[in-house]
Write a protein that binds this ligand. Structure first.
Ligand code: GLA
Length: 684
């Protein structure tokens, strides 16, 4: 079956290109200018109506479709397709006035006021009714409009309101717990409520983890996060059910936020869409924000099961919500866009088409900035549209990854609960360490959930997989036993899915497969450095490991600067069944982590896309007949890379070498491509 995004691209005649379109912010004559300029920029898809609820339904029960009617017709007349949004991310003023009880409440008991967006409690029955009603009317009205190509459900579920602590949420939490645990005894056991005399004798005694005197119960906190993500997932499902009933012919997506959003289990939402889309914004404080971009793109592809995915939002230049909003450099948006494309995106979209004149996001960049067409951003936007059109043949091809990196929101929630060994040890930092060590060697990986079928991967890496259920732990052991290669980062396999310690020595869930026990976790003081035998230095985290069958690959220095685990194993390798399991007993510095991953990849038969060259990113997309090599140069020097192939778009090949200008990116159609550098792994 053809993937829905491939079908959309087929209809559009190329890669989907465009952005959020908010015509309600502008007078009618501007709409005409908009469509003309969209054509000029190569825009073929826009997301319409994300924040249009107060226009569509100005009063309870009263609908006004005049704006949508006119704009949809106008777009269609100009050959621009529409990703039609349900407007439920911004309930209108009449709703919040009529239902003050539906406004979300913070953990300290403050009921939030209207005047922003997502001002609703995820468990509010009044919101559910109003949201489903407007979605029903919208779907019925435009079911057969020829401009509509797909549905965009809500907008970034839970971005602002995921955690609500009101009494309605408390009731819904109790129902959710009842469903999960069936009886109070099981709940008491799971949450360890005998600690600090928290044993519940009645469901009504249970509250959300509101602000309290000291540490909250971690099991309660973790379940509240699960419940909160599920409450919004219920809302998502409800909208999806309406759309499926009325418009079964239209595919559905929602824009998830990848690692930008801790509160929402992105995997769960991605599973409930016909096609996966994500938003990504560069963290300005990160000098290597492009690595965060690549990581999120590989997460999107992982969520999409390797199929094409949409980049629903990114920015043409600065955003307006970071402490300092740094403008993008000339060429940076192109590089960012081509990186997403390289990593499997078949749609490149922005927030937003025209920069707002008023409102909270007037300082956020757009495809058409305040300065209009006489601006750098506009020139780059239209050049990008033209370039993407020339890369049309890339759509539908796939990125093949032989390595999976396990990424899990439940684990993220658990690892960062209160009262743990080191408040400095953050989940995303650990994930980034491992990802960056792969990225810098041009080893492509998919970021997938721990329960994913791993049989097609030659190797799996699991950074800081602190929370591990019995089932997922068995899944990993089985993977290794049957011939897989696994590398596990420090502070993994420590607690079960209720945040209760696995029994016996650490790491309870992984002792056997790793062939070791951790005698003690030994976090370091801020600024403390511990030397490894290879001369590099560890910060933040070490462990005292006792081998139980594993071999030691690298040790902490056996000297005063070797830290609390001096002389002990820092990296181990264990032959287990037909495979191997590696362990890093520290937050390893880049060179040692890279060495570990090189050894793992060699053993697993995984080759980099091209040999590593500092600052040059290489990714390959593979089709039935051709493959496409993307080379992205993050340095300020021109780089030459040997290739066997032809130029595509703006690429240039001289004497068998692709020339990648400083800060540039090129795409090569490979003629003698190593389409499958290794046969796919087979399990015994
Ligand atoms: C998010 C939202 C958009 C906009 C952008 C700004 O991604 O979905 O509506 O607010 O952030 O970066």
């Amino acid at each position: 079956m053809t993937h829905p995004l491939t079908e959309i691209n087929h209809r559009l005649g190329g890669i989907a290109y465009g952005g959020d379109y908010n015509p309600e912010q502008w007078p009618r004559d501007i709409w005409h200018e908009d469509v003309r300029l969209m054509r000029e920029a190569g825009v073929n898809l826009v997301t319409l109506g994300v924040f249009s609820w107060s226009r569509i339904q100005p009063r309870p029960g009263a609908y006004d479709w005049s704006l949508h009617d006119e704009v949809l017709d106008l777009l269609h007349a100009h050959g621009i397709a529409v990703d039609l949004a349900t407007p439920t991310a911004a309930p209108p003023p009449w709703f919040t006035r009529q239902h003050p009880e539906a406004r979300p409440v913070t953990a300290s008991g403050t009921r939030l006021a209207p005047g922003s967006r997502q001002v609703f409690c995820p468990s509010s029955p009044a919101y559910a009714e109003a949201a489903d009603a407007v979605v029903t009317e919208l779907a019925a009205r435009y079911a057969d409009h020829p401009a509509v190509a797909l549905w965009h459900v809500h907008n970034e579920w839970g971005n602002h309101n995921a955690l609500c602590y009101c009494d309605v949420s408390a009731d819904a939490f109790r129902s959710w717990l009842h469903e999960r645990y069936k009886n109070l005894e099981t709940l008491n056991e799971a949450w360890g409520t005998d600690f600090w005399s928290q044993r519940y004798a009645d469901w009504e005694e249970i509250e959300p983890p509101r602000d309290t005197t000291a540490f909250r119960n971690p099991g309660q906190e973790l379940d509240y996060r699960r419940f909160s993500s599920d409450a919004l997932l219920q809302r998502h499902r409800s909208e999806v059910a309406v759309l499926r009933r009325i418009t079964p012919h239209l595919p559905i997506t929602t824009n998830v936020m990848g690692t930008l959003e801790k509160k929402i289990d992105g995997h769960a939402f991605a599973t409930e869409c016909d096609l996966v889309s994500i938003d990504h914004y560069l963290p300005a404080a990160d000098p290597d924000g492009h690595i965060d971009l690549a990581l999120n793109a590989d997460l999107a592809r992982g969520m999409a099961g390797g199929r094409p995915w949409m980049l629903m939002e990114h920015s043409t230049s600065a955003v307006n919500w970071q402490p300092v909003n740094v403008a993008k450099q000339p060429g940076e948006t192109r590089r960012n866009s081509l990186t997403h494309l390289a990593r499997g995106a078949d749609a490149v979209m922005f927030f937003q088409w025209r920069q707002s004149r008023a409102g909270a996001e007037k300082w956020h960049s757009a495809m058409l900035p305040h300065g209009g067409t006489d601006s750098r951003v506009w020139k780059e936007t239209s050049a990008l549209g033209a370039e993407l059109a020339s890369l049309q043949e890339v759509t539908g091809t796939r990125v093949r990854s032989d390595l999976a990196l396990l990424f899990d929101w439940h684990n993220w929630w658990a690892l960062e609960l209160q009262a743990r060994p080191s408040g400095e040890f953050r989940y995303l930092d650990a994930v980034r360490d491992w990802y960056e060590a792969l990225w810098s060697q041009n080893i492509t990986c998919d970021l997938v959930a721990p329960g994913t079928d791993l049989t097609s991967y030659r190797a799996v890496v699991a950074p800081a997989l602190y929370l591990l259920s019995e089932q997922d732990a068995a899944h990993l052991s089985d993977y290794v036993e049957r011939g897989g290669h696994l590398a596990v980062g420090c502070f993994s396999g420590v607690v079960d899915e209720y945040d209760r310690m696995w029994q016996g020595s650490h790491p309870g869930a992984l002792r056997e497969v790793l062939g070791l026990v951790v005698d003690e976790y030994l976090p370091l003081r801020p600024h403390e450095r511990v030397r490894l035998e290879d001369g590099t230095h560890v910060r933040q985290w070490t462990e005292r490991v006792e081998p139980r069958g594993c071999a030691t690959y690298l040790r902490f220095a056996d000297a005063a600067d070797g830290g609390p685990a001096r002389g002990g194993p820092a990296i181990t390798r264990h032959a287990f069944g037909n495979g191997t399991a590696w362990y890093a007993a520290a937050r390893l510095p880049a060179p040692s982590l890279q060495a570990l991953l090189r050894a793992l990849s060699d053993e697993a038969g995984i080759a980099p896309v091209i040999p590593a060259s500092a600052g040059v990113e290489a990714v390959r997309r593979i089709g039935d007949r051709e493959s496409y090599l993307f080379l992205i140069n993050h340095t300020e020097e021109s780089v030459r890379v040997p290739v066997v192939g032809e130029e595509l778009g703006t690429a240039e090949i001289r004497n068998g070498e692709a020339v990648v200008p400083p800060g540039g990116a090129v795409v090569i159609r490979e003629t003698a491509a190593p389409v499958s550098p290794h046969p796919k792994r087979t399990f015994t």
